[in-house]
Design a protein around this ligand. Structure first.
Ligand code: MG
Length: 498
């Protein structure tokens, strides 16, 4: 290996160390930190971020990358891929001035405060000027990059490297009418009963049960842990320390089980990355959509399936005998898959979720290319909600103001959630071809084959392949919603007798 490559690896390794140290601080902030610790923690994180940025954008790194790109031209080799990804990250980091990052941070914190107030008063007008400022800054961010087919491409690329707005629009465009049609059919069918899911369930028992499930998935508690936090998330400090958080929701107790499965799905991805990629540009999962395909697969395709509960339900019923006394397996299965168009994205079920995302994507694209005026957002939002989900928000708080993302100037990643669902179903069809007795294994609570398949086909590669490329490599086609439509239709035809 050349001296230059060693030198690059040394620098990138140190930048990774700084990033992962920041992740430890961020995890601690969510899990352990007393309330008064926030200000200092913010300072510490900013300092680490600044040092990492300076280290990575040093001219030496640029020179090394230029030389190494000529030396390692094959992107199929690990070295070629490492250099390609590092060079792309370097180019992005160099283009955005640190003064801009600071300006955006200040605007975001003001906008966040305005959003909190606007939401509590359910008055979009309070948030309007701050959102306009955030969008203006997002457009400025776009201007640091070479002209793209669509300005939104630049934003999307930060989350889905290489993906184009037109591709996502095509994928969603094919899916939307079919999903709207399915929801309509479901809403005309007889609704399933799920009252027993909203009784009081013991928190500690649920927590233990969630750990029993994810241990069977193969989440290794010698290389990870589950802690309590206000929001469930996954974070990694190294390939041997990948943590998840979870919570207990009194009104929705089963969420503890499904969130554990979801976050463990993210964690298995990180735990499965080739250890040789540690401290390089390939050390993590390749994109948010591919990551979400993993979490959604374990949560929904595995965790909301009948074979899964054929295995786990007797135990769950024994653990919560009074709550589930008269509830048969099939009733329970239907209840955890209940579909009901609702106003709030984070509470949406598997069948309606993507429609919430499509609405947001269309609005984001319109804000960025100027075809939508920000002041018209509440009206546009409500019209689309009616069109897609058949319901109209009674106020802005339950409509356009519900999500935090735009308040901190984050535009571009909503679509990754829906893409993750779509990819999960695509992979699932391939998995079912490759593992013929998948359902039988699931009924026995055996997940090694599935996990190993995912590790061999997706996880081990970390960041080596861009999202479209890895989906193509594994399934033979690019991201496409057909498998997802087949999956939803089959599942809900059975549950709702369509
Ligand atoms: Mg997730």
């Amino acid at each position: 290996m050349s001296d230059k490559l060693n030198r690059l690896k040394e620098i990138v390794g140190e930048v990774s160390d700084l990033g992962r140290a920041a992740s430890v601080l961020g995890w601690d902030q969510q899990v352990n930190m007393p309330p008064m610790g926030g200000e200092a923690r913010g300072q510490q994180l900013a300092t680490l971020g600044k040092i990492a940025q300076e280290k990575f954008t040093a001219d030496e790194v640029g020179t090394l990358l230029e030389d190494l790109k000529k030396e390692y031209t094959d992107p199929e080799t690990d070295e070629g891929a490492m250099i390609r990804v590092a060079a792309r990250n370097y180019d992005k980091a160099k283009r955005v001035p640190s003064s801009f990052i600071a300006e955006q941070a200040v605007a975001a914190s003001k906008a966040f405060e305005a959003w909190v107030e606007a939401k509590s008063k359910s008055d979009f007008k309070i948030f309007l000027p701050f959102l306009e400022k955030n969008v203006e800054l997002v457009k400025k961010y776009v201007s640091f990059f070479p002209p793209a087919d669509h300005p939104y491409d630049v934003l999307l690329d930060d989350y889905e490297p290489g993906m184009k707005t037109a591709e996502v629009q095509e994928i969603f465009g094919n899916l939307r009418p079919k999903q709207v049609e399915l929801i309509k059919a479901i809403s005309e069918a007889k609704q399933v009963k799920d009252k027993f899911l909203h009784k009081k369930y013991n928190e500690e028992k649920l927590w233990k049960f969630s750990e029993k499930i994810i241990a069977k998935f193969g989440y290794d508690f010698n290389r990870g842990r589950q802690d309590k936090a206000p929001h469930p998330f996954q974070t990694s400090f190294s390939v041997n320390d990948v943590r998840i958080t979870n919570r207990y929701e009194e009104k929705n107790p089963m969420a503890t089980l499904f969130s554990a499965m979801h976050e463990a799905g993210h964690a298995l991805y990180e735990l499965g990355v080739n250890p040789a990629y540690e401290r390089t540009s390939l050390e993590s999962g390749t994109s948010l959509a591919i990551h979400e395909s993993q979490s959604r697969m374990w949560e929904n395709l595995v965790g909301r399936s009948l074979p899964f509960w054929e295995h786990f339900y007797p135990d769950l019923k024994k653990t919560f005998s009074s709550q589930l006394e008269d509830v048969k397996l099939k009733q329970f299965y239907k209840a955890i898959n209940k579909v009901e168009p609702s106003l709030i994205r984070v509470n949406a079920d598997e069948a309606t979720y993507n429609l919430h995302i499509m609405l947001r994507l269309e609005i984001e694209i319109g804000m960025v290319d100027g075809s939508i005026r920000i002041k018209d957002l509440p009206e546009i939002w409500n019209t689309k909600m009616k069109e897609y989900l058949g319901i109209t928000p009674p106020n802005d708080a339950q409509g356009v103001l519900q999500d935090i993302h735009w308040s901190y100037g984050s535009i571009g990643y909503f679509s990754t959630y829906a893409l993750g669902n779509i990819v999960s179903a695509q992979l699932w069809e391939k998995i079912r071809k490759d593992i013929k007795n998948l359902d039988d294994l699931t009924r026995k609570g055996k997940f090694e084959k599935l996990r190993e398949w995912l590790r061999a086909n997706i996880h081990q590669y970390g960041h080596k392949y861009d999202p479209q490329d890895i989906v193509q490599k594994v399934t033979g086609s690019k991201i496409d919603s057909a498998a997802y439509v087949r999956y939803l239709t089959k599942k809900y035809s059975d549950i709702y007798d369509l």
